[in-house]
Design a protein around this ligand. Structure first.
Ligand code: TZP
Ligand code: MG
Length: 212
């Protein structure tokens, strides 16, 4: 499946709880989200597979890729389009080997050293962050700031998506960094209207993209 990193929703069961996860994802997609990552640090594999299957059934017909955070087993069992792995998870190469040539494989990067030490074959995109400090991820690495983000984007040989504390007001700066998109949790999950929040992000991203 082709993918568009521009407005990438990452889910969090707690932060998305006001409307429930599925409704939040459905509304966010109606608002213009281009990609969805199911991220759950606490659910059992079994529960996550069931959740992923439901999301995948909703997203696949719309051409929106569902990416699973960390858990290869869940991606394999649910028919999701790919996985996103961190520095201490399964390697991107293991993910590629397990999921095959058509899967989407993403990797989190926080430093230039990490970026320079990864084999990029088999990697479709990198997630660069956190750009800003955020309460949505426990024990996150030191924030990059916008200059740090731009340096990593420039050094990356694969498309990149910025993450961490990003809101609609940062779209301009994220686009100036050259990143292909922004990934958000709390700018959509937990908003009074996830659909309106997603629409604002998507509309502003596209407006400014035309001006780039
Ligand atoms: N990885 C780096 S920051 C982050 C993740 C999963 C959390 C992003 O959440 P928010 O609410 O968009 O800051
Ligand atoms: Mg991880």
């Amino acid at each position: 499946m082709r993918f568009d990193l521009s407005v990438y929703l990452v889910t969090d069961a707690t932060l998305c709880q006001s409307y429930g996860l599925e409704r939040t994802v459905e509304d966010a997609v109606a608002g213009g989200v281009t990609m969805v990552q199911l991220r759950d640090k606490h659910a059992s594999d079994k529960a996550m597979i069931e959740q992923a299957k439901r999301l995948n059934a909703m997203l696949k017909p719309k051409g929106i890729p569902l990416i699973i955070n960390d858990r290869l087993e869940v991606a394999l069992a649910s028919g999701a389009e790919g996985v996103h792995v961190g520095q201490s998870d399964t390697t991107a190469r293991e993910a590629r080997d397990a999921l095959g040539p058509d899967a989407i494989v993403g990797l989190s990067i926080n430093t230039l050293e990490q970026l320079n030490s990864i084999p990029i074959e088999g990697l479709d995109y990198v997630g660069l962050g956190p750009v800003f400090a955020t309460a949505s991820k426990q024990d996150h690495a030191a924030p990059l700031g916008l200059d740090g983000l731009a340096a990593l984007v420039e050094a990356s040989a694969v498309p990149s998506v910025a993450i961490g504390g990003l809101k609609a007001q940062h779209i301009d700066a994220v686009q100036r960094s050259g990143a292909h998109g922004m990934a958000v949790i709390s700018a959509i999950c937990g908003q009074a209207s996830p659909q309106n929040a997603a629409r604002e992000l998507a509309t502003r991203w596209r407006q400014r993209e035309v001006m780039r």
